[in-house]
Design a protein around this ligand. Structure first.
Ligand SMILES: Nc1ncnc2c1ncn2[C@@H]1O[C@H](COP(=O)(O)OP(=O)(O)OP(=O)(O)O)[C@@H](O)[C@H]1O
Length: 525
């Protein structure tokens, strides 16, 4: 099997050809373009032995492997894509035999689980296959999690080994449970097996916003119910003495924002020497200027904990910093990092700044286009207040604003009335941009483009959880020109229509995909 492929690789490399080697190197297919029969990406090439569309050498190898497994003669066309039921990885339970290395590879390829590092454990196939405490398993079931998502399959397995981890996966793909399940498990097991009366905290989760901290702590409580697992929330805007008292009474997990935590640690004597695990949620944001110094100050106060770092967006700089924080790091990524969830249908509209308000009102007053509950993202606190008032006055819709200047009490109440459906629309700044799980929200309108494409990916990610369909609308104009190349890339990769003004902009380098007629020659021919 491998010989012809190696030959072709040699041929194409010798010819200086830029044939894509792995499926990851290939982009997503645009509407109407051929699709790789193995992975669904752009089928740039035709396999010389099966005549099927494929995206890379890697998928050609997989395709020929399947032909061999199915005992099909070379050249026999294979079925286009395996139906989801053709291979079921989930039926196994803890009694089943472990996966063979081929099966592990196939599973990872199929679920687009990419791993790097020494001795990376196999993904788990079910929550019951990794020795979690009974009560934790029961809590997972109560939450309705029947089977782990891909990031949970690989992330939980890796974190349970005690090694540090840098992981990326789509927005809304279950990253929170991916770090909380091992945290709850390790803490509860430690307390059970440890006879000492000490109740010093064992784990810490840092996130960039108060809203996200509240949500993570709530989920931690649900997962730790009935176990020796107490939590403390340490965020600005809530009374510090109460937070301190709770920690002094004994907790297993602290969830907090870096600023308030440093404040607390500076003023009070809190022993952190038992902390085994530090989680940095939204790690790319946490290691950026602004948070980085505070995070590192907290990290240095701990004694070499396991570090679990998660986000939907990554950069090489983050990878470098993460590697310097933890030895023997495992890297996990699901799909392609920095890409928006495929479940969100994006619409980019060119609107001059002066017309943005009217355009928004038109959308909100259209039964066809306004799909509440929705979030509108703006760039400033004052902008959020003004726009929410203007929406209510002009359209009659109840809209509330949420941003960092509002008190925690107000922010909590607004979130509550939004989540229970009393308010159909919230106008928010970045405080709701990352991480928050706004179940029920299926539409996001990006009124002011954020400063980076990564924040845009996080914002539109609020429109879909667990792959459910959502829509996003973004207003663009010349003022966002510094983001044009990245935005075009993101829209292109999702198959979204790119506004004419953006295509023709001098700020976008033109590199249009090769059409079907211009496709590269067959391998080996
Ligand atoms: N295994 C599972 N089965 C079913 N639902 C799940 C599972 N894991 C998580 N969920 C649910 O999926 C939703 C999204 O999860 P979560 O908020 O952890 O996503 P995320 O990857 O952290 O997203 P973001 O990048 O936006 O923070 C939540 O409502 C969560 O309860």
């Amino acid at each position: 099997m491998s010989t012809p492929l190696v030959n072709e690789l040699t041929v194409s490399e010798a010819a200086g050809d830029d044939v894509k080697k792995t499926s990851r190197d290939q982009r997503e297919a645009l509407p109407g373009e051929p699709i790789c029969v193995v992975c669904g990406r752009y089928g740039e090439y035709i396999c010389d032995q099966t005549e099927s569309d494929i995206c890379s050498l890697e998928c050609k190898q997989t395709l020929l492997g399947r032909a061999a497994d199915a005992h099909l003669p070379a050249g026999h066309p294979l079925p286009k894509r395996l139906a989801a039921t053709d291979e079921c990885f989930y039926v196994r339970d803890s009694e089943s035999l472990p996966l063979t290395s081929d099966q592990t590879e196939l599973l990872r390829r199929k679920l687009e689980i990419h791993v790097k590092g020494d001795s990376v454990p196999d993904p788990i196939l079910s929550f019951s296959s990794c020795n979690l405490p009974e009560k934790l398993l029961h809590n997972i079931q109560t939450l309705g999690y029947d089977m782990p998502t891909p990031i949970q399959m690989q992330g939980i397995a890796a974190a349970l080994t005690g090694k540090s981890l840098l992981a990326s996966a789509d927005t809304g793909s279950g990253k929170t449970a991916s770090f909380l399940v091992p945290v709850v498990s390790r803490c509860a097991t430690f307390r059970h097996g440890n006879l000492s009366k000490s109740k010093k905290p064992l784990a810490m989760v840092l996130t960039p916003t108060r809203e996200l901290c509240i949500q993570v702590e709530e989920q931690a409580k649900l997962l730790g119910k009935g176990l020796p697992f107490k939590t403390a929330l340490v965020i600005g805007g809530d009374a510090m003495p109460r937070q301190l008292y709770r920690i002094q009474q004994g907790v297993e997990l602290i969830v907090g924002t870096p600023g308030r935590l440093i404040d607390l640690l500076a003023k009070h004597d809190i022993e952190l020497d038992d902390i085994m695990t530090l989680v940095l949620d939204e790690v790319d944001c946490m290691l950026q200027k602004g948070f980085r110094d505070q995070v590192m100050q907290i990290f240095r106060a701990l004694s070499q904990p396991q570090v679990l770092m998660y986000s939907a967006t990554m950069s090489q700089e983050v990878e470098k910093m993460a590697s310097s924080m933890a030895k023997d790091l495992i890297f996990v990524s699901i799909g392609q990092p920095n890409r928006p969830s495929n479940a969100v249908k994006q619409l980019a509209i060119w609107v001059e700044s002066k017309q943005k308000k009217q355009k928004l009102f038109d959308i909100l007053m259209s039964k066809q286009h306004f799909l509440p509950p929705s979030i509108v993202y703006v760039g400033s606190r004052i902008g959020a207040d003004l726009l929410s008032n203007a929406i209510t006055v002009t359209t009659g819709l109840k809209a509330l604003s949420i941003h960092g200047e509002k008190s925690m009490k107000e922010r909590r109440e607004i979130m509550k009335s939004f989540l229970v459906g009393e308010v159909p629309l919230v106008v928010a700044t970045g405080v709701l941009g990352r991480g928050v799980d706004l179940l029920g929200v299926r539409q996001v309108i990006v009124f002011d483009m954020p400063n980076s494409i990564k924040e845009y990916v996080h914002q539109i990610g609020r429109a879909s959880r667990m792959g459910e369909d959502g829509t996003s609308i973004v207003f663009v104009n010349e003022e966002n020109r510094n983001l044009f190349p990245d935005l075009v890339e993101v829209l292109k990769s999702s198959g979204a229509v790119i506004p004419r003004e953006l295509v023709n902009s001098r700020y976008v380098k033109r590199s249009f995909p090769i059409g079907k007629g211009q496709r590269k020659r067959k391998y080996g021919s």
